[in-house]
Design a protein around this ligand. Structure first.
Ligand code: RNT
Ligand code: ZN
Length: 418
């Protein structure tokens, strides 16, 4: 049976529940996912004197063909984007600046160092998001940045963050879609601190200085990303969830929730509705922690579907900015992007094809039997048939067909790199 006829049959099944499949597909087209560039080169970046990856994050694996130049990275992103349905965004880090072989300190970065990215984004109709890079650097090697006891080091990172917000503003203005500039810092301690307050006080003051610089909010949105622990900061992280939740609320900034940054049984899906009541917008780094903050490629698992359900059934697609954050060097990196991003889109589609109105009603009237039964039955409704049709309409390969293109690209491009 053709994709089309399977789709038509599935559409009838969903239609019996009053679900408008066509409307869902139209809505899905409008949802951008911010694809992180750093899956393409193992969070390496292109700085002239490039240091080791630090900051308590790590990439494992040695799959051949990683991008080593901006041109290669953009080319790989293009390949991935050609296999992912819809129009999306690309999320850059400051270390992806292009400085023509000159050493440019991070506090001196300017919009012009990202001109090529902007030109490329324009050509492909992509929005750009941004992140200052407060790791993999001499001045961050003791694991402290914005909360560092040394005022000069703090100032360097404050200046870097201000420079980054200006780059974000430039992206937003050029591409006519606001850039989300997200600050994540590694600051913390390996062992039990003797003072938890002082570093947090310094971080608060540093952030106040960073945000005091005036940047047009129509072009740049600021976010802060918390974390529970990192490698070498197991006992204490300065920028914890409570810290940034409070900071963001008080200062009208976005809180960014990374799905790998909480206790193992604590879920981001359960935070979304709580935060939507108090925050205008929030941001996500969809990742997959396997036993720890391991940043595995996102799969179509329970928590991903639950996150999508929370966004969709609370009508929050415009208020939750969805970004990705994983890095796996043990598999084809373009496949990693493709798998993770397609899964997020597929989860949103899954969430759109659920009879939310009835389910909410049953909960209100105490009919928990129906609530459970129908939620379970919908797990095996013919989502795949709708997904395939969506992929066809968006001119990307259906099912696992995209793997063929990856195999060709690997042979012709990736394996030719040294
Ligand atoms: C680290 C954070 C952060 C980084 C990227 C590279 O734990 O999740 O978002 O992964 O900035
Ligand atoms: Zn993250």
């Amino acid at each position: 049976m053709s994709v089309k006829s399977q789709f038509e049959r599935a559409k009838i099944e969903y239609g019996q529940w009053g679900i408008d499949v066509e409307e869902a597909l139209e809505r899905l087209k409008q949802v951008p996912i911010s694809i992180h560039c750093w899956q393409g080169d193992d969070v390496g970046g292109f700085e002239v004197s490039k240091g080791e990856l630090s900051g308590g994050i790590d990439v494992t694996g040695d799959y051949p063909g990683k991008a080593t130049t901006p041109e290669e990275l953009r080319m790989d992103l293009e390949k991935a984007l050609s296999l992912i349905p819809g129009k999306h965004r690309v999320n850059l880090h400051a270390i992806y600046a292009e400085t023509d072989g000159k050493v440019v300190e991070r506090d001196q970065l300017e919009p012009r160092h990202f001109e090529k990215w902007v030109r490329w984004a324009k050509r492909h109709g992509l929005g750009l998001d941004f992140n200052p890079t407060l790791f993999s650097h001499e001045k961050a090697k003791d694991g402290l940045t914005l909360a560092h006891p040394d005022q000069a080091i703090r100032q360097f990172w404050i200046d870097h963050c201000i420079a980054s917000r200006k780059i974000g503003e430039y992206f937003g203005k050029e591409l006519e879609t606001p850039c989300l500039t997200n600050i994540w810092i590694p600051d913390g301690y390996k062992d039990t601190p003797s003072d938890r307050l002082t570093p947090r006080k310094r971080l608060k003051e540093s952030l106040d200085q960073i945000f005091a610089a005036e940047i047009n909010e129509a072009y740049n949105l600021d976010a802060v990303e918390s974390k529970l622990f990192g490698i070498g900061s197991e006992s204490y992280v300065v920028g914890s969830h409570e810290f940034y939740l409070s900071y963001a609320l008080k200062n009208d900034k976005l809180c960014l929730l990374d799905t790998g940054h909480y206790h193992p049984t604590e879920t981001v899906s359960n935070k979304i509705s709580a935060m939507l009541l108090f925050h205008d917008k929030l941001a996500l780094h969809v990742s997959r922690p396997v036993r720890w903050d391991s940043d595995h490629v996102v799969t179509f698992d329970d928590e991903l579907r639950e996150i999508a359900l929370e966004i969709v059934r609370n009508d929050a697609l415009d208020r939750v900015l969805i970004g990705l954050d994983f890095f796996d060097a043990s598999i084809n990196r373009i496949a990693a992007w493709t798998i993770g991003t397609r899964n997020v889109i597929k989860a949103l589609l899954f969430a759109m094809l659920i009879p939310h109105k009835q389910l909410k009603e049953w909960q209100e009237t105490g009919d928990y039997t129906r609530r459970l039964a129908v939620l379970e039955e919908f797990k095996t409704y013919p989502l795949g048939a709708i997904w395939n049709e969506y992929c066809e309409r968006m001119n990307v390969p259906i099912k696992e067909e995209w793997l063929k293109e990856i195999a060709i690209y690997e042979k012709e491009v990736l394996l030719q790199r040294h």
